[in-house]
Structures are given as C-alpha cells and as structure tokens.
Ligand binder design. Sequence first.
Ligand code: PNW
Length: 461
Amino acid sequence: APAAEQELIAGLPSDFRWGVATSAYQIEGAVDVDGRTPSIWDTFCRVRGAIDNGDTGDVACEHYTRMPADVALIKDLSMDTYRFSVSWPRVQPHGKGPASPAGLAFYDRLVDELLAQSIDPWVTLYHWDLPQELEDAGGWPVRDTAYRFADYSMLVFDALSDRVNTWTTLNEPWCSAMLGYAYGVHAPGRKEYPAAVAAVHHLLLGHGLATERMREAAPRAIDIGITLNAATAYPASDAQPDLEAARRADGMGARLYLDPLAHGRYPADVIADLAAEGVEIPVQQGDLATISAPIDVLGVNYYFSQKFTGFDENGRTVGDNGLPISRTLPLDKPRTAMDWEIVPEGLTDLLVRISRDYPGLPMVVTENGAAFDDTPDASGYVVDDGRTAYFSSHLAAVATAINQGADIRGYLAWSLLDNFEWAYGYEKRFGIVRVDYDTQTRTPKQSALYLRDLIQQLRTN
Ligand code: PNW
C-alpha cells in the first residue's frame, strides 16, 4: 500500500475492532431443512429474469453444514469479530408464533463455536429475508410487520442473549424499502412508491420496538444498534439546482433514517420533498419516541459515493412530471466490477459528517469491500490487487476520519466468503476468501492475508 496510507492505518487505535461480515441468505443454503420456510428471496429468485444467470440461494456456500470450518477460517484470519445474520424463516417459519427449535439450534451452535475461538458474535436480526407468509400479508408497507419483527427478535434474543453482547436490528433499511418496494430490483420486487415510503417507516418502527424490548429484557449491559448504508452525496457544482439535488439525495439516502433514529423526527425538507410527490409517511402517535430509543452503536456500510446534478442534458431543472431533476454524474474515478466508483474520501466525509451532525453515537464500519473479476491460479489462490488496494485506501479513510474527531470503533470487511450477491447472483465476488462453487473449497485471497497481517501487526504495537 502507498506509504501515506500505511502510516494512517498504523495509527489506528490498538483496541480497534476487526472482523468480517456475512448474511444468512447469501451463504447458508439449506433452504428447506429443519422446518425453514421460504423467504421473499426464495420467491424472488424464481421470478424469471430477476437474478443474473437464474442463480438462487438454494446451495450458496453450504455454510449451514460447513459452519465449523468457516469459523476456523475466521480465526485463521485473526479476526476478533464475526457479523452474521439470522434467517427469520429458519427461526420462526410462519413469521409469527413459536420458534423452530432446530432453526434456533444452528445459531446456538454458531455462537458457541465463535466463543470457543474467542471471536465476538455480532448478530444482525434482519438482513432482508422476510418470511414469505408476512409478505403475503402485505410485507413491510403494512404496519403489523413491525410488530412481527419485534416478536421474532425476542425469540432470537431469548435464545442467544446469554452469550451475545452486540445486537443489530436491521441491515440497510434503505435497501429493503427502496430496492425492494420502489425499484423492484430486490425481493419482493414491487414498484410501488408510496408503499416503499411506508416500508421505511415500518422498518424503523420495527427497529424501535425490537430495541425497546431487547433493552427491557437484557440480562446485563448489551449493545444494540442498527446498520445503515449511506454515502456522501457530492453536488456537481455550487449552482443551486446541483446543491438541491445533492440535498435531496442525502435526505432520502441518509437523513430519512438518521434523523428519526437520533433526533426523533423526520427531516422537514424530506417530508416536504415527499409531499410534493403526494407521499406521506404513515406516522402514528408515539412512533418517533419508539424509533429514537437510545442505541449504543451505529453500523455504517460503505461502498461508494456519487455526484449529483439538478440539471438534465438540456440544462432544464424541472422534469415533465413537474418534479425537480436529480441525476448522478461520474466522479471520474476507477470502478469495481459492480461499476461502483472507488471513492475512499467519501467514507471519510461520511463518517466525519455523521459524527458532527449526530454526536455521541459511536460508529463501526459494519461493511466495506469490493467485487472484482478474480482470476484464481491452479491452486485457487487469487492475487486480488484491486480488492487489497480498496481495503487499504478505505482503512486509511477511516483513520483520517478518526484523526478528524469521528468516533469509529471498528471495521468489518464485506465479505468473509464469495457469496450470493443478490440480483447479481454468484457472478459478483466480494469475498476475501474465494469459494469454488463446484467443490465448495475455500481459499483465502491475497486481500485476506493482507488484512490478517495488518491486524497481527497492529495488535503487537
Ligand atoms: C450491501 N446500492 O448491499 C449488503 O448489505 C450486502 O448484503 C451486499 O452483499 C453488499 O452490500 C454488496 O452489494 C447493497 O445499490 C446493495 O447502493 C446495493 C447498494 C448498496 C448496498
């Protein structure tokens, strides 16, 4: 890595948390064993054209049966934290009612295995796999789903809270609501804009209800948080329409979540933007107090940032629909295989901005990583220079944010394994460990060894 980056990274705190992240549907496979019922992703994978190559999570990385070896791998890589998600339909097959003992038993074994290796388990309760039965009842646009989520959360909490100290309610509610219910590119594949905004509110309400109940039931001091995906929205220029486009993007992408969570109110400018589109957030009495229940840690997932303009190609600022123009323009940076631009300074700017606007909220980077077109040698080893450089530049960006006063406690790489990359199927590889899907062989890539060596060095400092 460049010397300037190395120096910044070497200055990271000695008690910094290091880990890797995964999610249930992306790695587990075993979708029809031990009483698990379909989630919205099992259903969506069967929609023609929804997923590249017609891929599904049916087999994935077979983590459900290979879990002990995968935990050993995390240990080999010197990670102290493993962030995984619990599959709702595995643990509570009907989305309501009793837990499935066999489903819970898997996570019970996983937690024991992690603790036996001195790895901290970080549980995410919802990483997008809503039980299909709850979608059939309306899904996240329906208020009842928030209460179902809180009930489900308590089933998991009751089973694991004797050993698990860190609990994350939701992973990236923006993705669940917008990709799932507005753009239709993620499960359940609906394109219903007002419903998507209702989904945002009910996801946040579910977070708040679960947070209140877990806190109340906690056997000791535990950490509760939520993970958001956010980015820095750069204006293309200082022209008013560009500044406005960046403001709107930041409003819908970040402040629509951060403001109710941290301040107990939806941002007035976003409410006004939505009203101009004829959309209202279905807030009921007391909801915002629930949503703003205190949390201990904010998870930040970061992949890229974008530049926004309020002008169309013809210089107009208002579209045919009467709404203001919002478009992204290239920042002219190199891109990953996802076609996402590589913008490490966007991570610094994001972390510094959150720490300034929402003070007192410790942060952990709960996902950061990149897909590249890996070329394995005969042994399966991948010299992934692009991914290694991505980690180095983004770790330096985190260190820069800390040096500017941001309270960042740790960094979790996405992802432990190549896995089911949602609408892109298995084509896009985010793993620091290669998975040969024919043999299920795991081979740490160069980037994994880079992180391992780095962690070992920093620990001995
Ligand atoms: C995250 N976007 O998803 C998820 O938490 C992971 O499950 C996923 O594998 C990872 O990032 C890589 O994609 C995102 O369109 C999906 O901006 C889409 C976006 C961001 C994050």
